[in-house]
Ligand binder design. Sequence first.
Ligand SMILES: C[C@](O)(CO)[C@H](O)COP(=O)(O)OP(=O)(O)OC[C@H]1O[C@@H](n2ccc(N)nc2=O)[C@H](O)[C@@H]1O
Ligand SMILES: Nc1ncnc2c1ncn2[C@@H]1O[C@H](COP(=O)(O)OP(=O)(O)OP(=O)(O)O)[C@@H](O)[C@H]1O
Length: 292
Amino acid sequence: MNKLTLEARAKINLTLDIVNKRDDGYHDVSMVMQTISLCDTLHFKVIERGIKLNSNNLRLPKDERNIIYKSAKLLLEQTKVDKGIEVYVEKRIPVAAGLAGGSSNAACTIIALNKLWNLNLENEDLLDIGLKIGADVPFCMIEGTALAEGVGEILTNLDPLPKLYVVLVKPSIRISTPWAYSLVNIKSIKNHPENIKMVEGIQAGDAHLITSKMRNVFEDFIFKKYPRLTDIKEKMIRLGALNSLMSGSGPTIYGLFEDEKTAKIAYSELKKSYKEVFIATTYNKGGLYRGV
Ligand SMILES: C[C@](O)(CO)[C@H](O)COP(=O)(O)OP(=O)(O)OC[C@H]1O[C@@H](n2ccc(N)nc2=O)[C@H](O)[C@@H]1O
Ligand SMILES: Nc1ncnc2c1ncn2[C@@H]1O[C@H](COP(=O)(O)OP(=O)(O)OP(=O)(O)O)[C@@H](O)[C@H]1O
């Protein structure tokens, strides 16, 4: 095999709690993550040597700054394999959006290269390499629904969510993840997410309990800087979302809908006011090897 095409899916946070600031500059978190069907498509082709990158997104860096490049380079260094890779990325997930657009690309790259370069790495090794690239990468490798703790790498698989429709608005502001974490004052957080109740809702397959427990503590800090983001949440609810939340460190706001028709109407309405609007569903298949 010398060619492979994989889908790199985005994630949303159903909850996000920040519980501790660590000495290494990272934070311990406790969050329920969910994969959604919104995805990039990555086309891989083995070449003799080097890492070549191209994309339909002309603004994406194609050199060492790209997380796909970083992932391939790390695997080359760790395994000393004498091969190269060419990757074409069809980018659909908005960039720097809080949807793990980069992390999911890294996850796919590690999985694809393990196969294409015949590395035969164990699951644990793949997840460890993923973590070296970024805190969200291990979740993007396993996909589905999971509780993520530590910096995001301690993963507990949860039952699949009932199928829900996801409408997402990516406002035209840029939020860097380190900056978002630097705004957080853990002591000032009043309502920590009820992750146990969220997990119970997921176990019961109860969409109403699940959506009633959605909570992201980043909202407290990011909404102070960008108050207009609350308008999007309010609009989502008015348009019939069971609930609405900011994903990750933002700025994307998503709404969860039970029925397709209401979600489609909400999508069309939001399109009138915002440029980057997406519609997707929750996604529960996947898994570490994705059939590869
Ligand atoms: C906000 C989330 O997307 C929620 O899922 C993640 O916590 C961010 O994960 P990520 O983008 O994969 O993060 P990384 O690329 O590993 O880290 C970028 C920067 O974010 C901060 N960071 C990230 C994850 C974490 N648990 N604590 C942190 O403080 C650190 O300043 C770090 O240098
Ligand atoms: N393959 C890639 N896809 C998207 N962004 C990338 C990629 N490689 C590097 N980047 C850079 O990473 C930065 C963060 O983008 P990304 O889409 O990963 O943010 P995010 O949605 O907050 O997700 P994450 O949780 O992965 O940080 C951007 O500045 C972007 O230019």
